[in-house]
Design a protein. Sequence first.
Length: 275
Amino acid sequence: MRIMISADMEGATGVTWTGDVIPGTEQWQRFRRLFTADVNACVSGLVAGGAQQVIVNEAHSSQRNLLLEDLHDQARMLTGRHKPLSMMQGIDSDVDGVVLLGYHTGAGSRGVLAHTYMENSITGVWLDGVLASEGRLNAALAAEYGVPVLLVTGDDLTCEDAASYAAGARTVAVKECVSRYAAVCLPPAVTSSQITEAATAAMASAGRSDAVVAPHRIEVEFDASHLAEAAAVVPTVDLIGVRRVGFDAVSMTEAMKAFKVVTHIAGAAIEDVYG
């Protein structure tokens, strides 16, 4: 059994505000250790449940946050940016299951540090007409390769969201959302134990199934009209509202590549102060 962990940081143990996850800050240095501890707890559980190989794909911001020197010795880590499938790089390499660790709710939803790819600026993303978090988008991509989502960790609202797109997955709520920047947090000793236990049990669901390749539509709404106009310059991307664009793709792989282009172009169009 070969398992992949897509590791994001906003949903890690104790994380509640911007400074916790922005590379270079004092708090980021602190929470890198807690983030790595969550990953290690998950690896321990996966291995105990029968995983022979675990690949950890760094999925947050610079994608250079986890501490390799502290990583579980039965894991390998894919770190660094500019990966074709971004958060899900490696899903096409015959893995038997994926864990969405440290995830969060999507733009337009309640949740600790809720967003979808861009930290602000995007007010909503819809996949085939359903408001979509990064978890929903990435689960749909996994399904295209027949890979089940085994476990999702994050705040309590992230776990509720996961139930709607990965009904068979285990969940671990490492904190309870109070607001976008506040949560009731469990200590690392508790969350590590819970993550390990859930990962061990989740291995019972590991194993690829038939791939589900189908056309998909993604729509993205921004907080300013010029961002939508910038994104609509991309061929196949249509301006469908003052602040909204949409595009169709023949597969989820192609949809996510196009989404990545849209967010990069919109991000480059943001100006200081006025956005």
